[in-house]
Design a protein around this ligand. Structure first.
Ligand code: ZN
Length: 95
């Protein structure tokens, strides 16, 4: 795996598993939903509704390469998520 030249922005290891979707991975859709799950997993989704076969698993490092803006949410705590609504990010605790 390629090493980051700069300090890795997330507190987690670069190979931490995260979920994304085929829209972000294949269609270059922007991230519109970021979740840091209680179990430590991250989710970076486009904001559409998803079926299971649209889910993709990548590492945190790969996710950053796909969309550098993911780093903005590196300090999202477990159990929190951020959602893009009308162009601005809304942070909330997951129910
Ligand atoms: Zn999607």
């Amino acid at each position: 795996m390629k090493l980051f030249k700069r300090k890795f922005p997330f507190p987690d290891a670069p190979n931490t598993m995260c979920f994304t979707c085929c829209h972000i991975l294949n269609d270059n859709e922007p991230i519109a939903y970021i979740s840091h799950d209680e179990d430590g997993c991250w989710q970076f989704l486009c904001g559409k509704n998803h079926t299971e076969d649209e889910a993709r698993i990548v590492s945190l490092a790969e996710m950053l390469e796909i969309d550098k803006s993911a780093a903005k949410f590196a300090d999202l705590k477990r159990g929190e998520c951020a959602e893009k609504r009308d162009g601005s990010w809304v942070l909330r605790k997951k129910a």
